[in-house]
Ligand binder design. Structure first.
Ligand code: NAD
Ligand code: G6P
Ligand code: MN
Ligand code: MN
Length: 433
């Protein structure tokens, strides 16, 4: 039987994961699921953990669920470690979103200054987890969902010798599901060739039953409702001439770059109304945990679909199963580039379509990205890499460099003002500085 350790077990996404394990039990016989959290998350862990137990009991499966604050005990002998934690909880997210906006810069938790600071808080913790894994479960796979997933994967690849790591995001699977919906076909018939970085991933081509339908899909992306399918980002729609000329499928996060002004303006309005995403999610979470507390509930409630991480269970459990069963199917994940994208260093993390084997993801060779997107991807990669370096070294100058070269900031003076304010606001979670 398989032992899974999930770090950040008190997440409201846990029922999503549990549903995935239940659905795929035949191909992925999980014997033990250890949900790990910290003291601050203990109450959530109890509530969501007890729901997980009820879900498994209802399914009649012999999976043991353990709820614990003892990370090392949970890691001992694990086969797969999944991570879904948030250092500093939603209050830290609110700061990531709100402080940059005061300086006229996008406030978002995985892009721009917010992404930088979420990375600075998260990377020391994940490196510590990897250190424990080396000792307690050296052969286990680390499936990291914790954002910023691309930067976190970059840090693990550069600063540890643990090779069995995969970064995971629900955006690629969401793009396939969304495209299937647009074309009104079953998602199993759609395949997208993904290449880029986390939250900066493009679809180089899209196929229906193996035949390219890219031209049709590009036209459909101009319709506002079609340009985003994640609940945390509103789709504003592309200028049809722009998207036609770009000629690759965008992900919802691209709006922050190609509609910079409009997106900042929209977030400024949310800032004033007290409806930035952290505030919305706090409300959603309160409702979810209220539902989860009901001892008669033993399914994943549909309200969870209001969170941005839809299809997380499909993405995560499909990935774990393909590694475990050496399925050699194609999934887009964050992994070492190894020549998949010519203009990105081999050793860096990229988000690309891969063949998933028992030795891990084997990235499909893409050659180079089209010239119209190549530069932005390189810029974001440089940002992630320098941010990871800052997280590890605790160098203020390196952090300011990461901040300033980020295309959403692009001013050393503004960058420094944001950096100083965020350093102060987050200091309890930044021991390295
Ligand atoms: P959350 O705020 O519910 O946090 C999950 C749990 O992590 C909490 O119970 C918290 O107590 C715990 N935690 C905090 N610090 C910890 C630590 N050091 N060790 C162990 N547990 C710790 O967060 P959420 O909204 O469920 O999101 C969880 C993570 O998943 C976030 O990092 C989020 O950005 C990420 N996420 C990623 C994707 C993706 O596409 N990769 C999608 C959705 C969410
Ligand atoms: C998206 C992303 C995640 C992101 C999340 C936010 O789809 O892929 O990486 O963190 O959803 O969702 P939330 O409900 O927390 O705003
Ligand atoms: Mn085992
Ligand atoms: Mn994501």
């Amino acid at each position: 039987g398989i032992k899974i350790a999930t770090i950040g077990g008190g997440s409201s996404y846990t029922p999503e994961l549990v549903e995935g394990f239940i659905k795929r039990y035949d191909e992925l016989p999980v014997r033990e699921l250890c949900l790990v959290d910290i003291e601050e998350g203990q109450e959530k862990l109890e509530i969501v953990g007890n729901l997980a137990k009820r879900m498994i009991e209802k399914a009649g499966l012999p999976i043991k669920v353990h709820l614990t604050l003892d990370r090392r005990a949970a890691l001992e002998g694990a086969d797969f470690v999944t991570t879904q934690f948030r250092v500093g909880q939603l209050d830290a997210r609110a700061k990531d979103e709100r402080i940059p906006l005061k300086h006229g810069v996008l406030g978002q938790e995985t892009n721009g200054p917010g992404g930088l600071f979420k990375g600075l808080r998260t990377i020391p913790v994940i490196l510590d987890i990897v250190k424990d894994m080396k000792e307690l479960c050296p052969d286990a796979w680390l499936i990291n969902f914790t954002n910023p997933a691309g930067m976190v994967t970059e840090a693990i690849l550069r600063y540890t010798d643990h090779e069995k790591v995969v970064g995971l995001c629900n955006v690629p699977i969401g793009m396939e599901m969304g495209t299937a919906k647009l074309l009104d076909v079953d998602h199993s018939r759609i395949r997208i060739d993904f290449a880029g970085l986390n939250h900066m991933v493009y679809g180089l081509d899209v196929y229906l039953d193996g035949v390219s339908v890219k031209d049709r899909v590009m036209e459909l992306l101009a319709v506002p409702e079609n340009s985003s399918f994640v609940k945390n980002i509103k789709g504003l729609g592309w200028e049809p001439e722009f998207i036609r000329a770009l000629n690759v499928l965008t992900c919802p996060y691209h709006q922050y770059y190609y509609k910079r002004g409009e997106m900042v303006e929209k977030e400024l309005k949310n800032f004033e109304d007290g409806t930035t995403r952290a505030e919305v999610v706090k409300q959603l979470e309160a409702e979810l945990f209220e539902l989860y507390s009901d001892p008669n509930l033993s399914i994943k409630p549909p309200q969870l679909e209001e969170r941005g991480g839809a299809y997380y269970s499909d993405a995560a459990v499909r990935l774990i199963s393909s590694i475990y069963n050496d399925k050699r199917d194609i999934q887009a994940v964050n992994t070492r580039n190894n020549g998949s994208i010519a203009s990105i260093p081999d050793e860096s993390a990229v988000e690309v379509s891969c063949v998933i084997t028992k030795e891990g993801p084997k990235p499909i060779v893409n050659g180079d990205l089209p010239v119209q997107v190549r530069g932005l991807v390189q810029e974001i990669k440089a940002f992630e890499r320098i941010a990871a370096e800052a997280a590890v070294t605790g160098s203020y100058d390196t952090a300011l460099l990461a901040m300033t070269i980020n295309p959403l900031v692009a001013s050393d003076k503004v960058g420094k003002a944001i950096l100083d304010e965020m350093m102060e606001a987050h200091k309890e979670h930044l021991p390295q500085f």
